[in-house]
Design a protein around this ligand. Sequence first.
Ligand code: ADP
Ligand code: X2W
Length: 313
Amino acid sequence: MIIQTEIDSSEERGWATAKQLAEALPYIQIYDREIVTIKYGGHAMGEAETARIFASDIVLLKLLGIHPVVVHGGGPQISAMLGRAGVKSTFIDGLRVTDDATMEIAEMVLSGAVNKEIANWITQAGREADVRGVGLSGKDAGLITVEKATRIKRDPDSMIEQVVDLGFVGEPKNVDDKLLRTLIDDPNHDYVPVIAPIGVSDDGHTFNINADTVAGAVAGKLSAKRMLLLTDIAGVMDENKNLIRQMTISEAKGLIESGVAVGGMIPKLETAIMAVEAGVEAVVILDGRRPHAMLVELFTEHGAGTLIQADPI
Ligand SMILES: Nc1ncnc2c1ncn2[C@@H]1O[C@H](COP(=O)(O)OP(=O)(O)O)[C@@H](O)[C@H]1O
Ligand SMILES: CC(=O)N[C@@H](CCC(=O)OP(=O)(O)O)C(=O)O
């Protein structure tokens, strides 16, 4: 038996949903046929339910006329597998020092497990409308060419600078967007590229790349309207641990130099700076563990997380 009060409250919810949808129209128009690059971090993946909601939201973006391009991480998942194999990992400025054994496992986890899983979640979530996730790594169709990354460390006492060798860690040198454009522009299919952060050097060797860095390089090459970095924290925090709602790229550089941003936040801010300099309109760092974080950011007035933009001219 369905009673009248149930009908009333469900009807009210229906009117509220319709109102919210109508209020989103200006934002839906802003992003119409624009590319939005989404970095889905290993920490943000979390629970199966959160991942399912992420995939459904990606399908929703595609059906609303946006072109989402997903770049994923998998740092915690690589660490867990390395732990099981008894291989120790060290990080320098948020980058995993990668020897042969580490590279083999990182590729297995990123390209083999995580990439295919995310592509499949999207395909499953988009079944009714035939939206399909397409899993790629930088090795497919020459998507990402890298050069070896290095870091310079200064000894605080002697001030002597030393080049630190990170092993098979790459910096993207070129993103070949031909395949991505073919997928995005296909008039008959709704494909969503899902990219694993693996690249190839000119001599054909496989390199591990920080996923934030890949997202920035891909967003820059595609002149994305937005790059969203989904992570495990509400956004960028200031020295008092308060959320910074907005900042310029100069302010982002300041946070790295002053040591307020450390560890995994360094590659995020570096990639945000590079992406904005390459023409991406804005980068947002936000908590991907919160259900529907991307929708709040893209389709509501206040947005979510920390927005990073160019300095005012
Ligand atoms: N100023 C800062 N504001 C916010 N987070 C920071 C800051 N400095 C360092 N972090 C750290 O960066 C982490 C996010 O980077 P990381 O763990 O690499 O995320 P992901 O796996 O999503 O790429 C946060 O959980 C936090 O511990
Ligand atoms: C060179 C380097 O550090 N590569 C990363 C690639 C994965 C990644 O970036 O994953 P998250 O975004 O989940 O941290 C790593 O080996 O962990």
